[in-house]
Write a protein that binds this ligand. Structure first.
Ligand code: PXL
Length: 276
């Protein structure tokens, strides 16, 4: 039987809503066979105070190698990479692979407040990994940090930042407007056109893993052969349903609902195309 495949190189979020766990659940919901290379384990140990447990380069390399050798991939997605060394090696593994759909989510800080990228790793992210990407998917603070500018606030700011970020080499830049005032408008830029994906703002604090889930959905759709704008549109609907039906459990910021898309209601998304 024919089955499309996606590999996530990212952190393990023990709470189940973000990181590798969000990616696998999203791949599964979108009919894509998911594989993983765990870069670090994110979970609090109250006894020791430790919250991030990086894996060795050898262990990460083994996971990438085994999954690509035995299964192969139609898309690779990167999430939490944490150190400069993991970023540099991930860029090498991507270059050595035959995979052409590359989604880079430049994860920096989790909704629960953990620092998921070391500050000295930023340059490697910009110089080594972003240029290999089919699409990068920063949120507003991540886009501002990559460009070393003050906070982005408006859709116009997002457009300008997308143009600047594209100069770093990715084919498409998607800046997510989750922190805008008003509707949730995400800006996609391909070098000549802007695509504005708009969904209603949903008032909830329970959005842990929203970025992971969104970019995993994009990777799944690219793996199936969709164009980048079509992949983003479907993924936007997927994450909007996930946020609308997000989950509140015992403590902290709850996860988005990976089961929700196509189940409880019809999720719309308006797409506006603007030529520069
Ligand atoms: O949502 C960002 C994120 C990415 N990766 C891992 C995480 C989180 C947030 O909790 O734990 C592993």
């Amino acid at each position: 039987m024919m089955m499309y495949r996606a590999l996530s190189i990212a952190g393990s979020a023990a709470r189940g809503g973000a990181g590798i766990q969000a990616d696998l659940k999203t791949f599964q919901e979108l009919d894509v066979f998911g594989m993983t290379a765990v870069t670090a384990i994110v979970a609090d140990n109250p006894r020791t105070g430790q919250g991030i447990f990086p894996q060795s380069i050898d262990a990460i390399e083994a996971q990438v190698y085994t999954s690509l050798r035995d299964i192969g991939a139609d898309a690779i997605k990167t999430g939490m990479l944490f150190t400069e060394e993991i970023i540099t090696k991930t860029a090498e593994w991507i270059q050595q692979s035959d995979v052409t759909n590359i989604v880079v989510d430049p994860v920096m800080i989790g909704k629960m407040g953990s620092a998921l990228l070391k500050t000295d790793a930023m340059e490697a992210m910009k110089n080594k990994l972003l240029p290999l990407a089919t699409i990068i998917t920063p949120n507003m603070p991540e886009a501002a940090q990559l460009l070393e500018v003050d906070a982005l606030e408006t859709v116009e700011d997002l457009k300008k930042a997308a143009v600047e970020l594209r100069l770093l080499g990715p084919k498409y830049v998607l800046i997510k407007g989750g922190r805008l005032e008003g509707p949730a408008i995400d800006v996609l830029y391909d070098g000549c056109q802007f695509y504005l994906f708009e969904a209603p703002r949903i008032e909830t604090i329970h959005t842990n893993g929203a970025g992971c889930t969104y970019s995993a959905a994009i990777a799944a759709e690219l793996a199936k052969g969709q164009s980048v704008p079509d992949a983003v549109e479907k993924a936007k609907k997927f994450i909007t349903a996930g946020i609308r039906h997000s989950l509140e459990f015992k403590h902290g910021v709850g996860p988005t609902n990976h089961f929700a898309f196509g189940k409880y209601d019809e999720t719309g998304c308006t797409v506006i195309i603007e030529t520069m």
